[in-house]
Write a protein that binds this ligand. Sequence first.
Ligand code: PNW
Length: 447
Amino acid sequence: MNFPPDFVWGVATSAYQIEGAATEDGRGPSIWDSFCRVPGAIADASDGSQACEHYQRWAQDLDLVADLGVDAYRFSVSWPRVRPTGSGAWNSKGLDFYERLVDGLLARGIKPYLTLNHWDLPQALQDQGGWAQRDTVHRFVEYAQGVQALLGDRLSSITTHNEPWVIAMLGHDSGIFAPGLKRRATAMQVSHHLLLSHGLALQALRADGSRCELGIVLNLSPVQPASASPADVQKASLEDGMLLRWYMDPLFHARYPQDVLEHLGADAPQVRAGDMEAMATPMDFLGLNYYTRAVVSAEGPWDVKRGGRELTEMGWEVYPEGLTQLLLRLHQDYRLPPMYVTENGGAFKDQLSQGRVADAARTRYLTQHIAAVQEAMRQGVCMAGYMVWSLLDNFEWASGYDKRFGIVHVDYDTQQRTLKDSGRWYRDFLQRQRAARHAAEAALTGD
Ligand code: PNW
């Protein structure tokens, strides 16, 4: 497989899933700290208070990232670590941590890709209504400006939000994620405020002289009808509207999709003059997290199809051609900046035995999805990079620690890290990519 020489290869993590140190050095509580205390919310009744102890072990973890030979590391900042109540005083010890992390990446020759909001909203802001409140939009813009003022000169990339659909729908409609609310109208207002805060943050960061690539990360899937029946086809089209067009249309066409607005009726969000234009502020990149396709039928809620295909431990179907389909469709329907796959990977039954994790299924998953990206590029889609989810086994939200996505195994008793076979494969793959890159450059310069 040959990719362009400037294609960015990476690995990804997020703050609440790996850092631990939930009460250290002045970090304030986040909505995930609170949600984890709700009985039954987390499958194994765990939380992120210790996780991978990355807050203490960051230097060792960055050595692992460097050993892989990636170009970039995608991580997120914990908002309540750097501004404990989301407004008011900043926490210098929290800021120091991210400064050490970013400098540590640069010292190892790795590009820092920073995400501002990977779900861990300060609880104090939730107490005032959270993302359903328009004020939170302005608190987020201040947060973005504060982080850029400190780190912007050393970052390659800033993502405003990770997966606004998940925050809105899983957090405020089904309620299976923090803050655990179950009201459609609230969820849609939250999605509006996330998109608005994204656009206003981009404007503010640019006004402050940003030198980073700026964008957003969406979780998208092709949404397919379970059968050719008109009812299933119609349902699939509506779910595609809720998942993909609800975010892509405002970001790129400054409008919400009409069919979804009509379906929502009174649950549609309150929109003020100027909001739609702000949301469509041009981006430097679009990030996509891809795991599987969605197959929907008129009767049931949407589901992953269990059509004999391999399922991961999450119950998600392994469906790499869906990634090619998705990228081609986006390329056809929108005028896009370069895209990254900012997350892709799987939870599999890993067994650590004699210092080795023989996770052939994960290696196969990654190989097939990287090939799917390449196929889209061959058909003309502009792709800037690909990142594996995840560097480490970590706190998998409502699933707790039982589901492991890492290419590095974590023993939660000893905090020992072990590179899995998939991690070795990724390292070797990247080495071959680099060798091909050098050969191509040598051919160009004629030596
Ligand atoms: C993403 N869904 O979450 C997140 O960005 C990661 O933090 C997470 O660990 C990873 O995927 C694996 O789950 C999602 O149900 C969680 O559609 C759930 C869904 C999608 C994305």
